[in-house]
Design a protein around this ligand. Sequence first.
Ligand code: NDP
Length: 451
Amino acid sequence: MAVSDHVDLPTFMEGVKKRNPNQPEFVQAVQEVAEDIYEFIQDKEEYHAQQILRRIAEPDRVVSFRVCWEDDAGNIRVQRGYRVQNNNAIGPYKGGIRFHPSVNESVLKFLAFEQTFKNALTGLPMGGGKGGSNFNPKGKSVREIMRFCQSFMTELYRHIGADVDVPAGDIGVGGREIGFMFGQYKRITNQFTGVLTGKGLEYGGSLIRPEATGYGAVYFLANMLATKGEDLVGKSAVISGSGNVATHAAEKIVQLGGKVLTLSDSGGFVHDPDGFDQEKIDWVKTHKTHRRGRIQDYVEAFPKATFHEGKTPWGVPCDVALPCATQNELLGEDARTLVANGCKALAEGANMPTDLEGVHVFKAAKLLYAPGKASNAGGVAVSGLEMSQNSERRAWKEEELQQMLKDIMFGIHQSCLTWGDQGGGYVDYVKGANIAGFKKVADAMLAFGVV
Ligand code: NDP
């Protein structure tokens, strides 16, 4: 069959939209990947004939379930839980669990789809999955969170396993929640296996897992700058978010000689013209993670800073930017502002924080722009290393892990250069990441035949 007989990109996307009604985030993620993959496979008949892209964009399965729990006042509460197992062509499904009121099937399908390419980019044997619930941990007591996690795992346990599907944390799910879920898994199955990553160090967790996503994103940023003979020393950075990824990205920027000007949460952003040093970052970590506080309280502790309610930080002039909060937090207009203000490089810590219009603005401006599937892969990479340590029943040293993380981020950057170099000194990192991730998964799928 001639290539010209195959459906074109608009027709393919029409089909995706029709099959996934009311799932805008999923359609957006597929569109972003398909734009690059269509060009790549135009002269590669077997990918067409075997319908590889169509198959990757259809999750292996989506499990949806009821999660009942009792709050402290004795009320029965009902939430919806999910696990999306997108693709396990190159290894067990792997991807985080998100607890946030915005969680729905579309959001988790987009995350599981993205995760498939990201995990392939790390070079480790991991397929793509994602899960979560519309449970809102904000304002809940520790006991309520524990009861919810236990109830969630009481259903999830039958769908996961160390060689089947290995979840980790994501928004709203940190070490504490992983501990509650692991405890419940162990109680139900009477098995101590590496079924979750992001565990505590006492029970099979890996050093530097909490730091890995933020640190990795900054390593990736440094790799991009190095292609222009530059580094982070003296560079100003604008960061969104104030959770796990944002605070560790801020920490690494400071360690590498940069100056962090902003952090944010869903209430707005804080601008500290003196920069966030380690002491201030530690304050944010404690305040946001342990006290579950709001970022606006920062200005009381550090009065030179200002709080901008309901705003995102993209209007603050900077050399580099790291969106590290959530999807679609940086729109086309924000992208134009960043470019106009002289931003040189942007690495996504969050998943799909830039909308499609913003991606097109960055590409047109030939900015050093790294999509999350490349630049935030450090977290899942160290999760993969946690799985290896669990299988070996040993724990590697911090220096070994730090070096492995750096090497993996360097390797992902190289893959992006291989497939994304457009000549004239411009690298399209989105295209590079999409093609490198796709090719690995696609070639494994070709080997399996039609399954
Ligand atoms: P956390 O829960 O630790 O922090 C999330 C941060 O984002 C908080 O500051 C939160 O503010 C803010 N946020 C959440 N929703 C919104 C919103 N709608 N508008 C503005 N701000 C918002 O999550 P992580 O740091 O772990 O995750 C952040 C991003 O990084 C996500 O996209 C996640 O998928 C991605 N990621 C995380 C990895 C990890 O290892 N943890 C790995 C790879 C990617 P508030 O407190 O007000 O809710």
